[in-house]
Design a protein around this ligand. Structure first.
Ligand code: SAM
Ligand code: SF4
Ligand code: SF4
Length: 367
């Protein structure tokens, strides 16, 4: 029976204890073989890698300007996992069954030479390799991303109305430049392109229909996302959430929709097709219809911590092991031990009254 590592150990400023605990666990954990499942029987299929905690936007629901200002303590360069370290950890995850890797952030296209990392991850073999971006730098980078081996891309865009979009990204960034990025990604062959729109009551509900109309028939898939209570700084209130059911009703009343089956088990977006064959949309109802039961995602933060839930307060410090001389087999045992004990289901048990305890920020862990 593997020993349990208290999370407190992993947060200790002196990580020697954590390292020792992991070492004990790695030695005691059963060799990894067969399908890995967590404490609720969920497999490990997806890995989200945050490559930077910095961003050129200050979206009001993610990095509010008054918190993420000039003095915000972003990670120092030495704290970031290097590309070699990321690729090594990713290989361990792939060997444990991960088939889908998403690069995120912060804004992943801000990480210098991210194409080099993409090429390294492509070399891991048959993984669906994708990236989520705010699109600001996409027009000039799309072709290089594709050439490096990126399979697909997701672009975030919260409104087609310029004033609304500028207010939401809070750095006065125009819609037109994101649309140029989307076109460049399509031209580069990064299809199908998904477009993420976070819907916040009172800010951009009026943009739901124009977004649906604009991309209907384009081959791009708009995914409407309920505003989530991630992090501790975005002032989330249940009243600000526009339920996915309402979004589907709004669109369906103008452009009839029929439900579509998930593409694969554990897909977070609920799929709807236009009845006239004009393509599909997705809704991500993380608040009103939690999907913890099917959550097969692990997250690797910019500084090398493994998080088993988007709403976790802290992660497991894998970087200490990576830099502490652990070989790949020991890393795999440690990751497997982390996964086996995973019991998270925050969204299933959250209510409007759940206290907003300190949680890790979205911009640090990635979406
Ligand atoms: N900067 C990139 C971007 O915006 O696409 C990647 C990182 S961002 C954290 C990943 C996704 O999370 C984006 O689609 C963003 O809209 C979404 N997101 C951020 N904060 C959110 C929140 N509070 N609720 C729902 N989605 C959120
Ligand atoms: Fe930056 Fe993406 Fe967060 Fe917006 S959602 S602030 S673009 S990390
Ligand atoms: Fe997964 Fe945690 Fe979100 Fe539930 S709350 S779906 S366990 S990340």
């Amino acid at each position: 029976m593997a020993t349990i590592i208290p999370l407190a150990d992993l947060r200790a400023p002196d990580r020697t204890d954590a390292l020792a605990a992991f070492a004990r666990e790695a030695a005691l954990a059963p060799a990894v073989g067969g399908a890995l499942a967590d404490a609720r029987g969920r497999g490990l299929h997806d890995l989200r890698i945050s490559v930077t905690d910095r961003c050129n936007f200050r979206c009001v629901y993610c990095m509010p300007k008054d918190v993420f200002g000039r003095d915000y303590p972003f990670l120092a360069h030495a704290d970031l996992l290097s590309f070699e370290e990321i690729a090594r950890v990713a290989r361990v995850f792939v060997d444990l069954g991960v088939r889908k890797i998403r690069l995120t952030g912060g804004e992943p296209l801000l990480r210098k030479n991210v194409e080099r990392l993409i090429a390294m991850l492509r070399a891991l073999g048959d993984v669906d390799l994708t990236l989520t971006t705010n699109g600001a730098l996409l027009a000039r980078k799309a072709a290089d991303l594709r050439a490096a081996g990126l399979s697909r891309i997701t672009v975030s865009l919260d409104s087609l109305d310029d004033a609304t979009f500028r207010a939401m990204n809070d750095v006065d960034f125009p819609v037109a430049r994101v649309l140029e990025g989307i076109d460049a990604a399509a031209a580069a062959g990064l299809a199908p392109i998904k477009i993420n729109m976070v819907v916040k009551r009172g800010m951009n509900e009026a943009s739901i229909l124009p977004m649906a109309r604009r991309f209907k028939g384009s081959g791009h898939i708009v995914r409407f996302i309920e505003f989530m209570d991630v992090g501790a700084t975005n002032g989330w209130r249940m009243d600000d959430v526009v339920p996915a059911a309402e979004i589907v009703r709004t669109i369906g009343a103008q452009m009839p929709l029929v439900p579509a089956d998930p593409n694969y088990e554990g897909e977070v977006a609920e799929r709807w097709r236009y009845a006239d064959g004009g393509g599909e949309i997705g809704v991500i109802a993380s608040v009103t219809q939690a999907f913890c039961r099917d959550c097969t995602r692990a997250r690797l933060s910019t500084d090398g911590k493994v998080y088993t839930c988007l709403f976790a307060t802290d992660g497991y410090d894998l970087r200490t092991l990576v830099r502490g001389g652990f070989d790949d087999a020991a890393l795999a045992r440690a990751v497997a031990a982390i996964w086996r004990r995973r019991d998270d289901r925050y969204s299933e048990i959250r209510t409007a009254d759940t206290p907003r305890t300190p949680k890790v920020e979205m911009s640090y862990i990635g979406g």
